[in-house]
Design a protein around this ligand. Structure first.
Ligand code: SF4
Length: 403
């Protein structure tokens, strides 16, 4: 591809809200550099058809990947076949950028497996960028002769206006990465150490979006409660403690921004949900729905997951939230069939569901993720058939609590 030719881009996003917010930023960067978005067709039967339609019209194609489940990674590998088919039909191959957690997993200080392994499986990729390199995209493209120097010189990360397709709501990343190292999770490797964005940057972005008519904001991070805290302090904080959280202060600041009507935040963990934060959720613009990942109803399992909270902490938190905001609706994440989970321990999770009556529950079957501490130190000893039974049983119990 000549350095002056790229004009169109398309971004395919997998995974969580953090990735969606990164994709909005990447789109904002590309549009500030003169790229135009390729529109999706109104309907396509499957990924293959979508790619066959989009790729020939696209100069720069970004796949923003997720590593949380193997299924998401497999979808990315599937693109190779489509690109081969295109080339065989004599069609143009776009410049392909692989971004997101699959790249984060093999680069930086915390690597889950060798970069070479990913490269071998994705020979069709022209450039790899990890989540901490999002704002460096113009320089990286220039290095690949995809952008002229003058374009990069004009670029200023501070002036980027994220591209939001939704007319009403937006995800805004307030922090990147995670230091919690839950034993089942790839995020601390894929997204690296936890880094908070400055209040100035966050407020500027929200004011800009509010000025364009966006009213509902979700503040995103892997662990939003610890926004603005140093590593030592954040691990001293405990459920319901009196510690004053900078994050509670940030919520109050965002609450005051003109045009903001609704504020949500994701993800929150039980271990550092302080009294201060419980008080803050009473503010009228804070959404009724709170998502707090509990993961299991049993203390032994929680310990093996390195979750830093006990089930008693969680029950205490739920009571305090309901006292502060009786209309609050709760959502959570659960893993069934974690290594060593006995029938009795699983039944503690069932008990939790009966007591708390979650409005939303994402129930997952445990699967080994390469390079995590659970893979290294624990045995995946619950048979798949039993995991599926627990998943079905808990899902049924949850549905009954909704009635
Ligand atoms: S808090 Fe735990 S589950 Fe959440 S991103 Fe961090 S390591 Fe993963």
């Amino acid at each position: 591809m000549d350095s002056y030719s790229p004009k169109t881009y398309y971004i395919r996003t997998f995974g969580c809200q953090a990735n969606m917010a990164d994709s909005s930023t990447l789109a904002g960067i590309l549009e500030s550099l003169g790229f135009e978005h390729v529109e999706e067709p109104k309907s396509t039967k499957n990924d293959h058809d979508l790619y066959m339609h989009l790729l020939p019209q696209t100069d720069l194609f970004i796949l923003n990947t997720c590593s949380v489940r193997q299924k998401s990674e497999d979808k990315v590998y599937g693109l190779g076949k489509v690109l081969k088919e295109l080339t065989e039909k004599g069609k143009k191959k776009p410049f392909v950028v692989l971004a997101g957690c699959m790249v984060g997993s093999v680069t930086g200080e915390r690597q889950r497996y060798a970069f070479e392994e990913l490269k071998k499986r994705t020979p069709w990729v022209d450039l790899y960028i990890n989540p901490s390199q999002v704002f460096d995209l113009p320089n990286l493209l220039q290095r690949e002769a995809i952008l002229d120097e003058w374009a990069v010189k004009k670029y200023s990360a501070f002036n980027i206006k994220p591209v939001i397709n939704d007319k009403k709501s937006a995800f805004v990343n307030i922090s990147y990465g995670c230091d919690n190292f839950c034993t089942f999770c790839v995020v601390p490797y894929a997204r690296g150490a936890e880094v908070s964005r400055s209040e100035e940057e966050i407020v500027t972005e929200i004011k800009h979006l509010a000025g364009r008519g966006i009213t509902d904001f979700t503040l995103c991070g892997q662990n939003v409660n610890s926004w603005g805290l140093d590593r030592k302090t954040k691990f001293q904080i405990r459920t319901g403690s009196d510690h004053v959280l900078p994050f509670a202060g940030l919520l109050k600041t965002v609450h005051e921004i003109e045009g903001v009507q609704k504020i949500n935040f994701l993800s929150s963990n039980p271990f550092d949900f302080t009294a201060d934060l419980i008080e803050t959720i009473k503010l009228p613009k804070i959404d009724n729905y709170l998502h707090i990942a509990v993961q299991s109803g049993n203390n032994e399992v929680l310990k093996n997951m390195n979750r830093r909270h006990t089930i008693e902490d969680f029950y205490y938190l739920v009571n305090k939230i309901k006292e502060a905001k009786p209309t609050a609706e709760l959502g959570t994440d659960i893993i069934v069939g974690f290594p060593g989970e006995t029938e009795d321990q699983f039944m503690d999770t069932v008990e939790l569901f009966k007591k708390v009556k979650f409005n939303v529950a994402y129930i997952s079957i445990y699967s080994v993720r390469k390079g995590t501490n659970a893979e290294k130190f624990l045995t995946d000893d619950v048979p798949l058939k039993e995991k599926k039974r627990r998943h079905a049983y808990l899902s049924k119990v949850w549905k009954e609590t909704l009635r």
